[in-house]
Ligand binder design. Structure first.
Ligand SMILES: Cc1ncc(COP(=O)(O)O)c(C=O)c1O
Length: 386
């Protein structure tokens, strides 16, 4: 049997998602004793103790199927000030993206995304034989006016990553409200997914909109939050969608039963009330971010200011892949961004102070010379023009 012929046409040429390199394989490949991973936007402090303890306690019950997810939804509802029926739980926001696609996308439907947006939206469209319409950016960030222009009667869904990974850019309350008004004026109401995976980091910016507040006014809005980032639970796989009851009940019919493990639910409930861990993580992140900003600036390396827990850095004359490989040899895993059509950038996650120091030292060695050379040659050109 020719297996290729049996594979659905829409997924036959599917490029699998490229995850960041793992520490053990890098150690083996380069014969290194220790490797630092700043590649997957994880919380360098790890999970909070309350979540870890909850997972430990849940171990005794893991022979049973998870007992529904109502306790998790109740805890999240209380924290977020919405109803439990306005919440759908998933194995990471990644699974929720896929559930949205399976629930709403028909073959041939259009979805609107921004260039350089988190790649899983496009993949979800491909999975369902829907077509992704890619709107141009402003700088490298989402241009919501361009996205609104791309929305037509054929548009089934719009995805806004706020902030976006890998650019770290965000859209303001003003931009978001103008976008919503534009759709309303044109009587268009596609499913509007606002992915707030980095909500806790971005919420620090006064003009950052909390999209969940708009759900009562826009019933087709779905806001995604994750426990993988500031809560440090990436390995457990837990995310929630906040939406109208109508959207939730449609998604719940598609959601696989028992999709969120009992350990993830227990950890999620504990994490929701661990404000100290969130505050500690945010404080550590901010000082690390500012340390890296200073280091890059002092070496003349350009970067985008971030609203996430990672920084997108320009690579000058080198490519992102070259920098990725040069750092890998030193025992540092970052993320090349070729798949985002950003071959002259790479992304680094803000880590622990020692990890950030290591990164700044090594990147200065690789790029500092490069940028010093280009600054020098620009100066020479200027001098010779005098
Ligand atoms: C913008 C964005 N959305 C969603 C996800 C998926 O997160 P998870 O499936 O771990 O909740 C990520 C992960 O990096 C992300 O950056």
């Amino acid at each position: 049997m020719n297996l290729k012929k049996s594979v659905r046409r829409s997924v036959g040429n599917f490029a699998p998602y490229v995850a960041g390199r793992d520490i053990e394989s890098v150690k083996k490949e380069y014969g290194l004793k220790s490797v630092v991973k700043l590649a997957s936007n994880e919380n360098p402090l790890g999970a909070g103790m309350a979540a870890v303890e909850a997972v430990r306690k849940s171990a005794a019950g893991i022979f049973r199927y998870p007992d529904g997810d109502s306790a998790l939804r109740r805890a999240a509802a209380k924290k977020l000030g919405i109803g439990p029926q306005n919440i759908v739980a998933g194995a990471g926001s990644d699974e929720l993206i896929e559930i949205i696609a399976k629930t709403f996308f028909e073959p041939g439907d259009e979805i609107v995304v921004s260039k350089h947006a988190f790649i899983r939206y496009k993949m979800a469209a491909e999975l369902m034989s829907a077509k992704a319409i890619v709107a141009p950016t402003s700088g490298l960030g989402h241009d919501l006016e361009a996205m609104a222009k791309a929305v037509t009667r054929r548009t089934k869904a719009v995805f806004i990553a706020n902030p976006n990974n890998p650019t770290g850019t965000y859209n303001t309350r003003f931009e978001f409200e103008r976008f919503m008004k534009n759709l309303k004026r044109r009587e268009l109401s596609p499913i509007l997914v606002v992915d707030e995976a980095y909500f806790e980091y971005a919420a620090d910016f006064p003009d950052y909109p909390d999209a969940s507040k708009y759900i009562p006014r826009y019933p087709n809005l779905v806001v995604l939050r994750t426990f993988s980032k500031i809560h440090g639970l990436a390995g457990l796989r837990l995310g929630i969608a906040l939406c109208s009851r109508e959207v939730a009940s449609e998604m719940n019919r598609v959601r696989p039963p028992f999709n969120v493990s009992s350990a993830a639910q227990a950890a999620g409930i504990a994490a929701l009330s661990d404000d100290k861990h969130v505050a500690d993580s945010l404080a550590l992140f901010k000082s690390g971010r500012d340390f890296i900003y200073r280091g890059l600036k002092s070496a003349g390396i350009k970067f985008l200011k971030t609203a996430g827990n990672f920084i997108l850095i320009e690579t000058g004359r080198l490519t992102g892949s070259e920098i990725f490989r040069a750092l890998l040899k030193k025992g540092l895993i970052v993320r090349a961004t070729d798949e985002y059509d950003l071959p002259k950038h790479f992304r680094v996650t803000v880590g622990l102070p020692s990890e950030n120091k290591f990164f700044v030292r090594e990147i200065k060695k690789i790029m500092g010379k490069e940028s010093a050379r280009s600054v020098a040659s620009a100066r020479t050109r200027r001098d010779s023009n005098k």
